[in-house]
Design a protein around this ligand. Sequence first.
Ligand code: NAD
Length: 292
Amino acid sequence: MLISGKELANEVKDQVRERVEKLKETYGREPHLVLILVGDDPASRTYVAGKYNDANSVGFRVTRLHLSAATTEKDLLALIDRLNGDLTTDAILVQLPLPDHINEQKIINSINPHKDVDGFHPENIAALWQRREGYVPCTPRGIIRMLDWKGIEIDGKHAVVVGRGNIVGLPVSKLLLDRNATVTLTHSRTPDLGSLTRQADILIVAAGSIGLIHGDMIKPGAIVIDVGINRNPETGKLCGDVIFEECEKVAGMITPVPGGVGPMTKACLLENTVECFIDNENRNRNSSMMTI
Ligand code: NAD
């Protein structure tokens, strides 16, 4: 039983495309997403190209800025500052990781939280943990969407999350807690990982470690969400953290890699962009009323 993130992502894209048409009628313009890529990391180039194509396909205005790897932190901060102040820029995404000479956290902190479409700014993280309104990071949001789409009950279930990264593990744990799951959050220092993963009704693996989860680490019938993106050194193909061939025989439902969480991450980026747009339009209107 596959959970096809690709199929759901196509549904989400259709919904966003329809919404953009209506937004254009109401506001006279389409949402504007700015994608910033610094350097030439091949994986980052691929991610940005995918985001660009998706955003174009739903009718957004998309600006792709490709800066050289030698770009200074100061110049990048100045660019973000300009975009923060630009009334027609709704959403700003800086593709991570950044070159070593740029302080990543400083860059994240510099993005206007209302335009922080990735939901990485401390204000948005705080909003998530305090159950206030804010932007939820795209991958965790996409995971919950997939569970809901498949009618998988979260309330009262035991969810085990492997990996406590800021982008996936930590925020998805919080979203699961908010939906009344009992959550066990594990990481690289967790002894005997299998003894915990075998208890999971819902297992979410976001470690970035190829071949980490074997078939005998899964409770029969469990829901397995494989977030990992790795490249198999032998075949060169993309694969997750879960040994798919072993785990699909035991799991009740499982996401493939590719075609699982990845497409939903990009789809949720589109939804977050629409939310940034509406937020920006409302703020622009309020400030022009104050000026009058
Ligand atoms: P991260 O480096 O921030 O976190 C990784 C976490 O995994 C850490 O908490 C670490 O302790 C844990 N970990 C590593 N090895 C482990 C092991 N052997 N046992 C238990 N825990 C272990 O990474 P991240 O940003 O959270 O990303 C995790 C993975 O998810 C990566 O493969 C990344 O490429 C992928 N990812 C995929 C998407 C998507 O859209 N599919 C989005 C974001 C990240």
